[in-house]
Design a protein around this ligand. Structure first.
Ligand code: 5AD
Ligand code: SF4
Length: 470
């Protein structure tokens, strides 16, 4: 067993599975099949949580719909990372009141990161009486018994206690795709970056046992899955809380040694913990580990990085980029940037611009700082006017667009093994390069979920264009 991490005992998981059966029997008495709508906000971890929620709902006998009116149960799995995300959820929860008026038996659930904050739960209690069930990230595995309690007692249920976090194995998962999957490996975060709400709403780092992850990935690969994305707020700290001395590199090696035709991606890496050891493993298994690294830098100024409590300097970050490129020259690098962190000066912003010019990421995820309740940065002095922050944000986008266009142009003429990833209703086809960039292929070429050799014929700042080699 683990040193610090506690697993939910098997008996408790079995109890939840038995509860699924009880709900199923209860619903079987209804005249028609019950349907659920699951609406997911935020990051890939939330998407993965929703696949578990859907797995439990399916086990309880629910079918699924995209139509709110048709749904007997509506569940919003929420994100708290920025204020804008929260406002959207409140707007959508508010709008559900009309649909509930038309169907009093409709069950409305709010879960995920938002209710893990006290003020959110209080607001839902007070101002959104049509919400029946509220539960936080720590209670996800107890969803069946929470829902049963709502169904039987017809009373509102709020379950938001932070239990310190446990790992729950053996819950059903309903995956959206057969050819690609996300596999959480470590949940929570210990880093407490001063702007970030995640450690407060997802708790401390909890790693899954290596055997459980290997088994899951093996089953996925045997079932035909071609792309597996390992998830964690900081994948590089995988294993620190486990008894056996296993780290992220050990996990990657164990997975890369599995038989089969599949590619492993992972996110997110923290520059403070990413190391040449990791890059060496990536170099060693080029056919199994994607040449892709999402390495959020947040700022190009060491002073701002210190105020953010990031644990590295501008120079250390640039050194990491040099190391990874020395081992894997064609690696696809992406990053996150926060513009307008409290106290960031114009000169410090210019340092961020100069860093992105130096590194030349293929793409950036850019955010204007958003103050989160309960984080240290909420109270930092923030003299820069928002108009200036927005102007800087636009400049950052303009500079990055030019870089992306240039980097994408370098692909033209290359042939890459890509996974056909999406075919929309109009027949448009999108594949992913080994580094994860989007490639538009000719219409109606089929082959969803297959690896194909693609010649890149054209590029824009957003994506690539190519044809399948016959
Ligand atoms: N304001 C703006 N951006 C934020 N991020 C996290 N917290 C905040 C915040 N309070 C960004 C960081 C992180 C990404 C997932 O979201 O860049 O890497
Ligand atoms: Fe938030 Fe920092 Fe943890 Fe990432 S590493 S989840 S930014 S606290």
């Amino acid at each position: 067993m683990s040193r610090n991490t506690k697993q939910v005992p098997k008996e408790e998981i079995i109890k939840q599975l038995e509860t699924c059966d009880i709900v199923r029997q209860l619903l079987a008495k209804k005249p028609k099949e019950r349907k659920a709508l699951v609406d997911t906000y935020g990051c890939q971890q939330n998407e993965a949580d929703s696949e578990q929620i859907c797995g439990m709902l399916s086990q309880m006998g629910y079918g699924f719909t995209d139509n709110v009116e048709e749904a007997d149960l509506v569940l919003l799995n929420t994100c708290a990372i920025r204020e804008h995300a929260e406002q959207r959820v409140f707007g959508n929860v508010g709008a559900l009141v009309h649909s509930k008026r038309r169907n009093k038996d409709k069950i409305i659930c709010v879960c995920g990161c938002m209710p893990q904050q006290e003020y959110v739960t209080e607001k839902i209690k007070r101002s959104y009486p049509h919400v029946d069930l509220v539960f936080g990230t720590h209670k996800l595995w107890q969803f069946p018994s929470l829902l049963l309690s709502v169904l039987q007692n017809k009373k509102r249920v709020f379950a938001i206690e932070d239990e310190g976090g446990r790992v729950a194995e053996g819950l059903p998962v309903l995956r959206k795709f057969s050819y690609k999957a996300s596999v959480p490996i470590v949940n929570g975060c210990n880093n407490f970056c001063t702007y970030c709400i995640v450690p407060y709403v997802r708790g401390r780092e909890r790693s899954r046992e290596i055997e459980d992850i290997v088994r899951e990935v093996k089953d996925l690969v045997n079932g035909g899955c071609r792309e597996i994305t390992l998830l964690g707020q900081n994948v590089n700290s995988y294993g620190k809380d486990l008894e056996k001395a296993k780290d992220f590199s050990d996990l990657l090696i164990a997975l890369a040694q599995l038989d089969g035709d599949f590619l492993i991606r992972f996110m997110t890496s923290h520059p403070k913990d990413a190391s040449d050891k990791l890059f060496a493993v990536m170099e060693q298994y080029p056919n199994k580990i994607a040449p892709q690294l999402h390495l959020p830098v947040q700022s190009g100024s060491t002073r701002v990085l210190t105020a953010m409590n990031r644990g590295y300097t501008r120079e250390k970050y640039l050194e990491l980029i040099r190391q990874v490129r020395a081992r894997i020259p064609d690696i696809t690098l992406t990053s996150d940037i926060i513009v307008g962190f409290p106290g960031e000066t114009q000169e410090e912003f210019e340092e961020t611009l100069s860093l992105i010019e130096l590194v030349e990421f293929e793409a950036l995820f850019t955010f204007v700082f958003s103050a989160r309740k309960g984080t240290p940065a909420e109270h930092f002095e923030d003299p820069m006017p928002i108009v200036q922050k927005k102007e800087n944000f636009q400049r950052l986008l303009d500079v990055q667009n030019e870089i992306s266009e240039r980097k994408h142009a370098e692909y033209i003429g290359k042939t890459l093994r890509c996974l056909v990833d999406q075919i929309d209703e109009k027949g448009n086809v999108i594949a992913r390069t080994p580094g994860g960039r989007r490639v538009h292929l000719e219409k109606d070429c089929g082959k969803l979920g297959e690896f194909v050799d693609v010649s890149i014929t054209n590029a824009s700042k957003w994506s690539l264009f190519g044809v399948i080699q016959k």
